[in-house]
Design a protein around this ligand. Structure first.
Ligand code: G
Ligand code: G
Ligand code: MN
Ligand code: NA
Length: 259
């Protein structure tokens, strides 16, 4: 109940923020895009971790309003970052929960990108298997509509669900994000675990490339992980080794400072 009250207060008093975590090209480590990660910045408690907030927001259907705020703020942040030299073609990935795929979503997103002068091709819609599992014709129609508008679709947390491969067959996916549990497992102390997880990632990557999908490794924390994943043919990486999720203002200062 306290979390629900914080969500409501956050919506009314503007406590929600869209932090950004850069996604880098494993070949050269230049920034290819950013993932928007929601944060509730409570005036007394400070930044509250999103996992619990998101699950309560989903249960109470407030996730639709929260998601609309995040879309607006994240796209406004992308527009600011785009003024920095070399950042004009970077993309923005936004996470979506199943309830957010309501009929009004495509027009709402179109209005926001239009207002900020962002091409829809620069927006990536991140969905999880939870979105696809519903196998709901409305969700499928809205995802297809977003793709026709120019957005790309990323399948998040890939490899953690039940029947990931069947979704690739039935859904238009452009990007596969391999879950960070795999990034950990490729250096597991157990030889068998390590070898099998490497074979799994390599196989998924080959398959994804054949289907014209880009592959991103999540949660890269060490140089060793980065090197191995690059050798295995993954395209992009995301993780604390490169950049943490940050407030847009901090990130912009850092990007401008490193030029
Ligand atoms: O930033 P962090 O690693 O703590 O995020 C935790 C989880 O919350 C991740 O699974 C992420 O996908 C999810 N998440 C973060 N921001 C959003 C958001 O704006 N909308 C939705 N639906 N999920 C989000
Ligand atoms: O579920 P999703 O992939 O959308 O969420 C990404 C989550 O992973 C966020 O909570 C983000 O803060 C977290 N994250 C990003 N990079 C790293 C990392 O290198 N290590 C760990 N442990 N978590 C990370
Ligand atoms: Mn994500
Ligand atoms: Na993920």
């Amino acid at each position: 109940a306290e979390i629900e009250a914080n969500i409501e207060a956050g919506l009314v008093d503007n406590w929600f923020e869209a932090f950004l975590q850069p996604i880098v090209n494993l070949n050269g480590r230049g920034i290819a895009g950013f993932e928007a990660l929601m944060r509730l910045n409570h005036p007394q408690k400070g930044l509250m971790p999103p996992a619990e907030i998101i699950s309560v927001a989903e249960e109470t259907a407030k996730i639709v309003r929260v998601g609309n705020v995040i879309m607006e703020k994240a796209i406004a942040n992308l527009a600011k970052i785009s003024c920095i030299a070399g950042m004009q073609d970077t993309y923005l990935a936004i996470n979506f929960s199943p309830l957010q795929f309501e009929p009004a979503l495509p027009a709402r997103l179109a209005a926001i990108v239009g207002r900020h002068g962002i091409r829809p091709e620069r927006i990536v819609v991140e969905i999880t298997e939870a979105v696809l599992m519903h196998d709901n014709p409305q969700i499928r129609m809205i995802v297809t509509e977003l793709r026709h508008f120019g957005c790309r679709i990323a399948l998040d947390d890939f490899g953690t669900g039940y029947s990931s491969l069947s979704y690739l067959n039935r859904f238009p996916v452009d990007i596969i994000k391999i879950d960070q549990s795999f990034t950990r497992a490729i250096n597991d102390g157990d030889d068998d675990v390590r070898q099998k997880s490497r074979m799994l990632i390599e196989g998924i990557t080959t398959l994804s490339h054949k289907m014209n999908c880009t592959v991103i490794a999540e949660g890269i924390e060490t140089e060793e992980e980065c090197r191995t994943l690059h050798q295995m043919g993954l395209d992009y990486g995301q993780g604390y080794l490169f950049h943490r999720p940050q407030h847009a203002t901090t990130l912009i200062e850092q990007l401008v400072g490193s030029q």
